[in-house]
Each structure stands twice: as structure tokens, then as C-alpha cells.
Ligand binder design. Structure first.
Ligand code: SF4
Length: 688
């Protein structure tokens, strides 16, 4: 039988398609993927997966994989050997460092890569080149949530586990299309809601599946979440429903905070957000009444001018109601990519070392200087948004970017592409020739998760191991190996033989992972940070204290930032997000036949009202034009959207790519692009 075939192999891996972090066995025969088999002991998902985890793996064997280094040759590339490509990179980097200084270079990590790869990327930037210009794509999605949590509770991650969300008496979802973006987690909420009487409140512009199921669904005007959140919080305080003993014992700054929310009355909130006052009062009553509230949020909150402040307001509401540090309660910013959490955790940020220790802290820097035997720069570096401006102003000359299609996923793409063209030298490391790679001088062939070992950290702060399913295809190599080769040619003197040794170094430096070892992560074992030196982990944070000097959390006053105005010319509000079947810009899933056959392309969701006004039907081809660029896409008429709000899934890398429309406007605290605040005009190009 098949079982006896010796070539059949079962390997445990972790899904790369979202932050839920499902793990499962992959059955393979040579390079053929036979099936994906979830296991009961998988900590995040048990025996569940979604369509992406189950069928989304053909891309690993795609003929479009890059299997040799590519060097620019006029308008195209020629294949080269590793030696030549690495020598070219070494000489260019050496030249830039000497001629223009270390800060003329910048490094971008990927939240699709492993924790160990994020670690070595920041070590290369800081320890070998001598710059803090290193960042990762969580800047495009979740950094505002991290900032909101740092301000209030001191750890930038989900405060509990998926099981806490399941146990909550009330779940509030804000700006998250959970059933399509985090399917397996959404299933848990659906089940708890249906079988255990869990209350479900949803706030979103778009009436998606979770909204359909909710007990209360509100559609606040775009960019006004902070107003209704603050009004609910104020109402709870005014009614005397705040958790007094929690606030007395565990929280600082109550008086100043309460003073700051005085203007957010229910009347004001109703006027600004367009939600009925009675609905907001009902929500406040319910939130105050139950014992446990978990709040889930995502890009609908963070990708706005006030993304960090709204995340802060969510955490303030949880503090006022005592919803931290007990099972079933807490804050859950749902991480998008598989390793959004880990890419930042492991130091690919311009101002933080691994474990979020500040690069401006002399004692922390001294610890790294001693371990690495170098002198480190003390000034924070550029984030990825600032990097693009720095290329335009001529101060940034070279970039090394891995696993990130910045030329597709950053906002205001035409501006980003001009920057790429201006770079003196650009190295892109990926598994496919991405849009970004088209601008590169050298493209290095990397290996996907199936072809390497390492760890990912899911949205629950859960560190999990992935094992190697296949050997690297062609001449491709795991990202960590490539980075180490470059580091060593530049005099790094590194000698990592396996990702476990990288993890050991990170654990020896960053207190957050002090007790993380590969032995403790064997098979389906996992650890949720912080992990004490003895290996004790922390599924639920803040049970005793908050990581501030006096152990208390902080209520942090924030102000509402008005969203961008729409004018008569650009009168359509273009909302955007995901489709269940595809992943981000689609660069992996479109290469998986099992998925493309189900959902071959994206479409623009248009409300029946707008369709009537403009004469649109299913299949009408339209052009959307913003002040920054344009897209062409076919329409789908649906009541999931209303009025002049349209919804363009972000999973297109061609003429329908959302970021040709987006601007360089960003969250003021983090520079996360305000992707959700786009206005455009709509023209009909062709009726079906
Ligand atoms: Fe993968 Fe997320 Fe689907 Fe789980 S829910 S299988 S992690 S895409």
C-alpha cells in the first residue's frame, strides 16, 4: 500500500498564510505533495485548516521559481553563479559603506520568513554594516496595534490565546474580516457564538460574514472608530460601571484619562459616526455587564491616519472594564502574515533589538556590542516609509530586501517604483521574480518554508518549529544561509550551522525568549513568549503585573484624528482587504492551481445604489483613478458594501493592484500607510 512506500514522508510544518499559525503534517513523495494532514496536538488549530493551508502549496514546485542568482543585464537579467552574485554584492556594499557611510544602506526583513532570518537580517544591518536602517512589513499592517499596546499594557502582542477568545462571554471585532483573513480562528468564534451563547459585536464598513452573524453590527463612518470606542468607555465610567478594584490596584493615569474623554458623549459619537445612540448605549451596557470581553482588530483599525490612537482606545476600554489578565479577556490584534509577530519580535525594526529592547538604551547596546564584538549605532534608523523618501532625497543609495514585495504592497506605488529606479544598487531576495525584483540589480533565489527549518511566531505569541519537507529547489538557499554568506564576506565571522544556533544566540540576548530552545519546541510543542529561563511560558499575559517599572498599566489619552475628506471629483471611497482564497498580493496563491481554479481574479464590490446611479452591472469594467494612480477592474454588485463605498480585494498584482491608488499619507505615530483612506473617481470602460 501507499503507506509502505518508503519514499512517502510525513513532515510537520507551519502554515505561512496567516497569523493563526496552523500546524500540520505534509505527506510527500519525492517532490510531490500528497496531502496536508492536521493533527489533534496542533496547538493553534487541532484538526482544522482552511482552504489555503490545505491546498495552497503547489507554488513550492512552480516552474516560475527562481533557482539561480540573477544579475541585471540592461533591461533584463542573466543567470549567474552564487560566487559572482555574492562578490558583486560584497563589492557594492563595501563601496557604499566606505564612500557614503553605513546609513546610506537599508535592509528589509520579511514576515513570511522565520524568526531566525529576521534575527540575522538585523544583525547584518547593525552588527556588520553599522546602521539601524532595518524594518519589516508589519509597518504596513500591525505596527499601530503594537504601539497602542506598548503605551497601555507594555507588551506588543495578543494578551492571551485563541482559547481565551473562545471562552470570552463577549467578543467585539473591529475592522477585521476575520472569517476570510483568519479562517480557523473565526471558526472558533462562530462555534462559541452558536453553541455557548457568546455575544458577538462587529464594527466594520463592510457587511462580511462575521457581521452577518453578529448580535450587534455597526457601520461607523470610515475613520471614526476612536469616537464610538471613547464614547462607550466614557458612558461606562459615567454610569459607575468601571472595574474599580482593577483600576485602583493595577492601573495608572485614571484621572487624566477620564478628563481626556469628556467630549466623547453619546450624542457627539452618534453625530460623528452615524451610529444610533441607543445602539452604542446597548453596547456599553453589555460590555460592562459581562465578566469577560475579548476585542479583536485588524487593518480596518490600523491602516488609518489615527491607527495607533484607535488601537490605544481599544486597550483603554479593556483597562477601564478590567478585561486584562484573566482567561477569556484581552486584546487581540490579529496578525496578518504567518510571522508578522516574529519579524518584529526578532529585531527587524529601526529602533528595537530582539525582544523590543530599545537601541537607545546604553546597557542593552553594550550587551549586544559585547556579544557581537562590534560598536553599534545608537540612533534609531529609518522605517520603510522613511526609506522611500530617503531614496528620493538622495541620502539612501542601496537596499537589500528579502521576501517582501514592497513594490506591490507599499502605498503610492508609482512613487515607490521611482525610488527603486533611483537606487544605486538594489538586492532582492525572493522565491519568485516579484514586482519588486523587476527593479533589482541582483536577485537572489531563496527557499520557501517547505525547504528550510526555523520557527514562526503566530498571533498568540506562540513560537512553533517548522521542519524541512524538501531540499531547496535548484540553487536556491534558505534566507538565513544567504544572509550569513553576505555577512561573512563583509567580515562578519559568523558560524551558524543551523537555525537552532541562531535561536540560541537570540535567547541568550533577549529576555523575552530566555528559555526558548529547539528541544522545547520539538514536534508540535510550542512556547508563548515571554519564556522564562526555565522554559515556563506565558499563554495569558498580565495575570499579576504589567511590564512597567511599578507593575501597573497606563491609561493613555488619545485624540480623534479626522479622516481624509472626500471631494466632488474623487467621490468614491475605496475600501480594501482580503479574499478567503488568496494571500496578500497573491504572489503565492496565484501560483497554486488548486486555488486559482476556484477564484481566478479579483473584482470590485459595488453597492446596488452606486450601480444604479452609474449604470454598472456584474462584469462592467471600470477605471478607478486617485490623485496617485489608477486601476482597472470588473464590478460585482453586492449589498456587502453601501453607498459610495466600494471594496477592492488587495489580492491582485496586475492592473487591479490597489496600491496604484493609495497615497503616502500615514498613521502619524508609526508611518503605517493609511491604506483604508483612499478616494477615487470611477469611470466605465466597458459594459459586459
Ligand atoms: Fe493557514 Fe491561517 Fe488557514 Fe490556518 S487559518 S490554514 S494558518 S491560512
Amino acid at each position: 500500500s501507499a503507506m509502505r512506500d518508503e519514499r512517502i514522508k510525513k513532515t510537520k510544518t507551519v502554515c505561512t498564510y496567516c497569523g493563526v499559525g496552523c500546524s500540520f503534517d505534509v505527506w510527500t513523495k519525492d517532490r510531490q505533495i500528497l496531502k496536508v494532514e492536521p493533527q489533534a496536538e496542533a496547538p493553534a488549530n487541532g484538526i482544522s485548516t482552511c482552504v489555503k493551508g490545505k491546498f495552497g502549496w503547489d507554488f513550492v514546485n512552480s516552474e516560475e521559481r527562481i533557482t539561480k542568482p540573477l544579475i541585471r543585464d540592461g533591461d533584463s537579467f542573466r543567470e549567474a553563479e552564487w560566487e559572482e552574485a555574492l562578490e558583486l554584492i560584497t563589492s557594492k556594499f563595501t563601496h557604499a559603506k566606505k564612500e557614503y557611510g553605513p546609513d546610506s544602506m537599508a535592509f528589509i526583513s520579511s514576515s513570511k520568513c522565520t524568526n531566525e532570518e529576521s534575527y540575522v537580517m538585523q544583525k547584518l544591518a547593525r552588527g556588520v554594516i553599522g546602521t539601524n536602517n532595518v524594518d519589516n512589513c508589519s509597518r504596513y499592517c500591525q505596527t499601530p496595534a503594537t504601539v497602542g499596546l506598548f503605551r497601555t499594557v507594555g507588551h506588543g502582542g495578543d494578551s492571551g490565546s485563541i482559547t481565551d477568545i473562545e471562552q470570552a462571554e463577549l467578543v467585539l471585532i473591529v475592522g477585521s474580516n476575520t472569517s476570510e483573513s483568519h479562517p480557523v480562528l473565526a471558526t472558533r468564534v462562530k462555534r462559541a457564538h452558536k453553541l455557548n451563547g457568546q455575544k458577538l459585536f462587529v464594527a466594520d464598513l463592510r457587511k462580511h460574514e462575521m457581521a452577518d452573524r453578529a448580535d450587534v453590527f455597526i457601520r461607523p463612518k470610515s475613520g471614526t472608530d476612536i469616537v464610538w470606542l471613547s464614547a462607550i468607555t466614557k458612558y461606562i465610567v459615567d454610569q459607575g460601571w468601571a472595574d474599580k478594584s482593577f483600576l485602583d490596584n493595577r492601573v495608572n493615569g485614571l484621572e487624566e484619562y477620564v478628563a481626556s474623554i469628556q467630549k466623547y458623549t453619546m450624542d457627539y459619537a452618534a453625530e460623528v459616526t452615524g451610529i444610533e445612540k441607543s445602539t452604542l448605549v446597548h453596547m456599553a451596557e453589555q460590555i460592562a455587564k459581562v465578566n469577560t470581553v475579548s476585542i479583536l482588530w485588524a487593518m480596518g483599525v490600523t491602516q488609518h491616519l489615527g491607527g495607533s490612537d484607535t488601537s490605544t482606545a481599544i486597550s483603554n476600554l479593556l483597562l477601564i472594564t478590567g478585561n486584562y489578565g484573566k482567561p477569556g479577556a484581552g486584546s487581540y490584534p490579529l496578525r496578518g502574515h504567518n510571522n508578522v509577530q516574529g519579524a518584529s519580535d526578532f529585531g527587524s525594526m529601526p529602533d528595537r533589538f530582539p525582544g523590543y529592547e530599545k537601541i537607545t538604551d546604553d546597557a542593552v547596546r553594550a550587551k549586544y556590542e559585547k556579544k557581537w564584538g562590534v560598536t553599534l549605532p545608537a540612533e534609531p534608523g529609518l522605517n520603510n516609509h522613511e526609506m522611500i523618501s530617503a531614496v528620493h532625497d538622495g541620502s539612501l543609495k542601496m537596499m537589500y530586501l528579502k521576501g517582501e514585495d514592497m513594490g506591490m504592497v507599499d502605498s503610492n506605488l508609482n512613487y515607490v517604483h521611482e525610488a527603486f529606479e533611483k537606487l544605486e544598487f538594489f538586492v532582492v531576495q525572493d522565491i519568485f521574480l516579484s514586482k519588486t525584483a523587476e527593479f533589482a540589480d541582483v536577485v537572489l533565489p531563496a527557499s520557501p518554508s517547505f525547504e528550510k527549518e526555523g520557527t514562526f511566531t503566530n498571533t498568540e505569541r506562540r513560537v512553533q518549529r517548522l521542519y524541512q519537507v524538501f531540499n531547496p529547489l535548484g540553487d536556491s538557499k534558505p534566507d538565513w544561509e544567504i544572509i550569513q554568506e553576505i555577512a561573512n564576506r563583509l567580515g562578519g565571522g559568523w558560524s551558524f550551522r543551523h537555525p537552532s544556533e541562531i535561536m540560541a544566540e537570540a535567547a541568550s540576548l533577549a529576555p523575552l525568549y530566555a528559555g526558548v530552545t529547539y528541544e522545547r519546541l520539538e514536534g508540535y510543542k510550542s512556547l508563548q513568549w515571554p519564556v522564562a529561563p526555565d522554559g515556563t511560558d506565558s499563554p495569558l499575559l498580565f495575570t499579576e503585573d504589567f511590564p512597567f517599572p511599578d507593575g501597573k498599566a497606563k491609561l493613555f489619552p488619545v485624540e480623534w484624528t479626522k479622516p481624509l475628506e472626500f471631494d466632488e471629483e474623487y467621490d468614491i471611497h475605496v475600501n480594501n482587504g482580503r479574499l478567503l482564497e488568496h494571500f496578500h498580493e497573491g504572489n503565492l496563491t496565484y501560483k497554486s492551481k488548486g486555488i486559482t481554479s476556484k477564484t481566478p481574479k479579483v473584482f470590485l464590490e459595488v453597492s446596488p445604489e452606486l450601480a444604479k446611479e452609474r449604470g454598472l452591472e456584474d462584469g462592467t469594467l471600470v477605471r478607478l483613478t486617485s490623485p496617485y494612480g489608477q486601476v482597472k477592474v470588473e464590478c460585482l454588485i453586492t449589498d456587502r458594501v453601501r453607498g459610495k463605498e466600494v471594496y477592492l480585494p488587495m489580492n491582485d498584482s496586475g492592473e487591479g493592484a490597489i496600491n496604484y491608488l493609495t497615497s503616502s499619507n500615514a498613521d502619524k505615530d508609526t508611518d503605517t500607510p493609511a491604506y483604508k483612506e483612499i478616494s477615487a473617481k470611477l469611470e466605465v470602460l466597458r459594459q459586459k
